[in-house]
Write a protein that binds this ligand. Structure first.
Ligand SMILES: C[S@@+](CC[C@H](N)C(=O)[O-])C[C@H]1O[C@@H](n2cnc3c(N)ncnc32)[C@H](O)[C@@H]1O
Length: 270
């Protein structure tokens, strides 16, 4: 069972690097501090080319959202959303349609504080401070009631977030809880770190993150595939993100990063 104590609102901690701002620094955003920039520099020295992993995740997220938009999905709940800059879900959706809504949720207080002004001009998107381990606090929030129609398909986006949960948090059970809350036609998008293909850079990355406010747990590729049980996987299935519907320019550069992020997209049939 998840320890109720650990669900208590996460305290503000700006002395240690945090996942949201490390990611922002790697993407070239302006919502990070010296502690994250110094961490990123050390990480790049230890794992040359590691920036490609972060860019790969963001590119996958864009392709996944575009894929779902093209198939009529108009509502998105992103759990562990980070700072919504530089091609985030509402920007990708807004380029294609005016009929969309996005609920972002993140448990890191400053991430949410940084996000609010970025979303203030966008009535179709909002963010709440909430923990993915407490589905009710997200699914039953006033913001969800305002933005999301649970009678219509909803894409549940868990991009680069489940690896921040411990096994004791029972991430598979959490995925099921979210799955049950959405109607047929809904979708699941997951990306997750794994050492199944390249254990060395994965172990090194995890060792670095152990000193941050967001330690990570890489999981086997088979475990990531299991997250999609009960959903109909969209081709090509669960794989290294660079192989998930790569675009022509990516085919050339596909192997520039490390094969440590796996994921996929699936639809809920029943
Ligand atoms: C690497 S960022 C990913 C951002 C975005 N999902 C993406 O893929 O572009 C991971 C985010 O998950 C958030 N996070 C970590 N643990 C969480 C939890 N238990 N509940 C909610 N958010 C969490 C972090 O604060 C961070 O913003």
């Amino acid at each position: 069972m998840v320890d109720a104590q650990r669900l208590l609102s996460r305290a503000m901690d700006i002395d240690r690097p945090c996942a949201a701002r490390i990611y922002d620094a790697f993407l070239g955003g302006g919502h990070n501090f010296g502690v994250e920039r110094e961490f990123v520099e050390r990480l790049q020295t230890a794992i040359p080319g590691v920036a490609g992993v972060f860019r790969e995740n963001r590119a996958f997220l864009r392709r996944a959202v575009e894929h779902l938009l093209a198939r009529g999905v108009r509502q998105f709940i992103e759990l562990g959303s980070g700072i919504p800059t530089i091609g985030h879900v509402h920007e990708v959706a807004g380029r294609r349609t005016r009929r969309f809504s996005v609920l972002y949720a993140d448990n890191e207080p400053l991430t949410v504080a940084h996000s609010r002004p970025l979303l203030s001009d966008e009535p179709r998107a909002g963010i709440i401070q909430a923990d993915i381990r407490d589905p009710t606090s997200i699914l039953r929030s006033p913001e969800a009631a305002h933005l999301i129609d649970f009678e219509q398909p909803v894409a549940l986006v868990m991009s680069a977030v489940l690896h921040f949960l411990e096994d004791a948090d029972e991430p598979l059970r959490l995925v099921r809880a979210y799955q049950e809350a959405v109607p047929p036609g809904s979708a699941l998008v997951i990306s997750h770190l794994t050492g199944s293909e390249e254990p060395e850079p994965m172990n090194l990355l995890a060792a670095f993150y152990a000193e941050t406010a967001d330690p990570m747990v890489a999981r086997p590729a088979e475990w990531i595939a299991e997250c999609f049980d009960g959903f109909a996987l969209q081709a090509p299935g669960v794989c290294y993100l660079g192989d998930w519907r790569p675009e022509p320019d990516q085919l050339v550069h596909r192997h520039s990063g490390y094969r440590i992020l796996h994921g996929g997209v699936a639809r809920k049939l029943r």
